[in-house]
Design a protein around this ligand. Structure first.
Ligand SMILES: Nc1nc2c(ncn2[C@@H]2O[C@H](COP(=O)(O)OP(=O)(O)O)[C@@H](O)[C@H]2O)c(=O)[nH]1
Ligand SMILES: [Mg+2]
Length: 200
């Protein structure tokens, strides 16, 4: 399958589960804490500078953003978690939306892959571990993308990789890809994984 990454648009910014798209094309969702680099990764994968908003004010938007990628698939930017300054009401909106995406999604069969982002400098946060456990239980396919590798030196990088791959929370044979939106490290590997899952 060939994908024209110039033919991409934001289809809907859903603030409510009833707005989730029903088009019968595969979805690849991006999950992770606020500020981990989700929007930046989406921009990098699509070769854009500013299609997905890169926020200087993290955690602001609680929406599920569907990007139509050449009518072949949707990239789904899930709202970030772990934003400390969120009000209880916003926290509830977050859980309703994300829970709705995975449990009340009429098109859950179309969710082919979750790209779970983790900050390579920080490793798994408790929220990351909760999310991964949730996906294990719900049988959701995922890969781990470690972001911001440009900020690590060689020693830090080796240490980060070891901590990421040895965590027992991971399903056996989970793919882990090191990425940087600055150097574009990992871009081709993430695309290869995405294609593998959507062509399954
Ligand atoms: N150095 C570096 N900074 C990054 C990288 N990816 C994202 N950032 C920065 O991290 C911040 C949050 O990025 P954003 O994509 O908005 O994260 P999101 O909240 O997960 O969507 C922004 O200031 C980005 O410029 C990366 O790979 N390397
Ligand atoms: Mg974002």
């Amino acid at each position: 399958m060939k994908i024209n990454t110039n033919n991409v648009s934001l289809k809907i910014s859903a603030g409510n589960a009833s707005q989730f798209l029903r088009d019968p094309i595969p979805q690849v969702a991006f999950s992770g804490r606020s500020n981990v680099g989700k929007s930046s990764l989406i921009n990098t994968l699509l070769g854009r500078n500013s299609l997905a908003r890169v926020s200087s004010a993290p955690g602001k938007t609680i929406t599920v953003n569907f990007y139509d990628v050449d009518r072949k698939l949707f990239f789904v930017d899930l709202p970030g978690y772990g934003y400390a300054k969120r009000t209880a009401q916003d926290q509830l909106r977050w859980s309703n939306l994300v829970d709705g995406y995975f449990t009340k999604n009429p098109n859950i069969d179309l969710v082919k892959l979750v790209v779970q982002l983790v900050d390579s400098r920080i490793g798994y946060t408790n929220d990351d571990l909760d999310m991964i456990e949730y996906m294990n239980e719900a049988d959701v396919p995922y890969i781990i993308v470690a972001t911001k590798t440009d900020k690590l030196n060689k020693t830090e990088r080796e240490k980060a990789v070891r901590a990421l791959i040895t965590n027992p929370v991971l399903r056996e044979n989970t793919t882990i890809i090191l990425c940087s939106s600055q150097t574009r490290e990992g871009k081709d590997d993430v695309w290869n994984e995405i294609m593998k899952y959507i062509e399954r």
